[in-house]
Design a protein around this ligand. Structure first.
Ligand SMILES: Nc1ncnc2c1ncn2[C@@H]1O[C@H](COP(=O)(O)OP(=O)(O)OP(=O)(O)O)[C@@H](O)[C@H]1O
Length: 343
């Protein structure tokens, strides 16, 4: 993934309106070759409309879309066809044909493209291997688990060798363990085939486990974008902060309800990432200030190989000078630090 190479998809100021609603509102975004981009937002933020604009299922009212440098903004349905083979999609409810066996579901895009039967079979068997469904080729979708159905969906999406895989809430109907195995498969395919992946989701865990970069949508606009580990370590927009609240540690209620403007112990909210999160930072606070912090709640996650931590700390507050030293150190070395109050 090089920032100097041309983006595989470039959106320039695009809008899509439905009567009074701007589902996508003057949005610009570059999608880099080979990246896994997560698009998140609350219900109604415009995620589905945006992803449908990417493969021509939804027409834009304004702006331009470039695919590998070609302007595809206003192509006719038939002109879109070749691009749609290069930008394929997987869905929340898999969208398999229930009357067709696994192998025929996977080979369907090739059949529609006029590929001869023997070649279709060969390619479908290759894909069955790739998504670890060996032995299931003659099964019907109803005989498969949710995770296996999504594997068929992925194999079918890859049949025509696309360059971009769009995922529309592809793990939302799956249990956490199956979600993880499907995400691992997508990450593996991304690496092996250098396939660009764009996934829309309302599940922050999906983004934190496989995306490199994340875009946060609200009311059809991008309100925040960046590397996943940076956004998780210091979210700026209220939408992002609210969405992260569900998956990141929060101050336990027993402390929250006891917070006062003065007290013996300061309660501190702290986000850390990178080098400081690799250090024995509690010890460093003590070294710097003479105060021994205690962890009230929190921990460290690994996102894209980097430690990202979020803690609620208690620090003795009787000696204001020492407390100031400790807080200054945390402000300097942390991504976010706030004294929430005292208990
Ligand atoms: N075909 C349509 N006709 C009218 N309004 C639409 C249509 N499609 C989307 N919208 C509106 O556009 C806005 C964005 O919808 P969209 O489905 O893109 O959001 P979303 O972020 O994918 O939501 P969800 O997570 O609930 O699927 C919403 O206000 C929705 O009501």
């Amino acid at each position: 993934m090089g920032s100097t190479s041309e983006p595989i998809i470039s959106l320039k100021n695009i809008s899509r309106r439905f009567s009074q609603t701007a589902a996508v509102d003057h949005l610009s975004l570059d999608i880099e070759k080979g990246e896994i981009l997560g698009i998140i937002g609350r219900s109604g933020a415009g995620k589905s409309t945006l992803i449908r604009c990417l493969n021509g299922l939804e027409r834009i009212d304004e702006g331009q879309i470039f695919f590998e440098g070609h302007d595809v903004s206003h192509l006719s349905e038939s002109e879109w066809a070749p691009y749609r083979q290069r930008i394929s999609m997987i869905f929340q409810h898999f969208n398999l044909l229930s009357s067709k066996r696994v192998i025929d579901n996977i080979a369907l895009p090739l059949k529609l493209a006029g590929v001869p039967k023997e070649k279709r079979r060969e390619r479908a068997m290759e894909l069955i291997e790739l998504v670890s469904l060996k032995g299931k080729e003659q099964h019907f979708p109803a005989e498969l688990s949710g995770g296996q159905k999504q594997r068929v969906g992925i194999a079918r999406a890859l049949a025509a060798n696309p360059k971009v895989l769009l995922s529309d809430e592809a793990t939302s109907a799956l249990d956490p363990e199956t979600t993880q195995s499907i995400l691992e498969l997508i990450a593996d395919i991304n690496k092996r085939l250098n396939l660009t992946v764009v996934l829309i989701t309302h599940e922050m865990e999906v983004v934190s486990s496989i995306a490199n970069r994340v875009v946060v949508l609200n009311k059809g606009k991008i309100v925040e974008e960046g590397l996943v580990r940076d956004i998780f370590a210091s979210p700026q927009d209220d939408t992002t902060i609210a969405m992260l609240r569900i998956v990141t540690p929060q101050l336990p209620a027993e402390f929250a309800k006891r917070l006062k403007p003065e007290g013996d112990e300061a309660v501190i909210e702290l986000n850390i990432a990178g080098d400081v999160a690799r250090e024995p930072f509690l010890h460093l606070i003590e070294y710097e200030s003479g105060l021994i912090p205690r962890i009230l709640h929190g921990g460290i996650d690994t996102i894209q190989g980097e430690p990202v931590g979020r803690f609620f700390l208690g620090l003795p507050a009787k000696d204001k000078d020492k407390l100031d030293k400790a807080v200054s150190w945390l402000i300097k070395h942390g991504r976010y630090c706030e004294v929430l109050g005292y208990v």
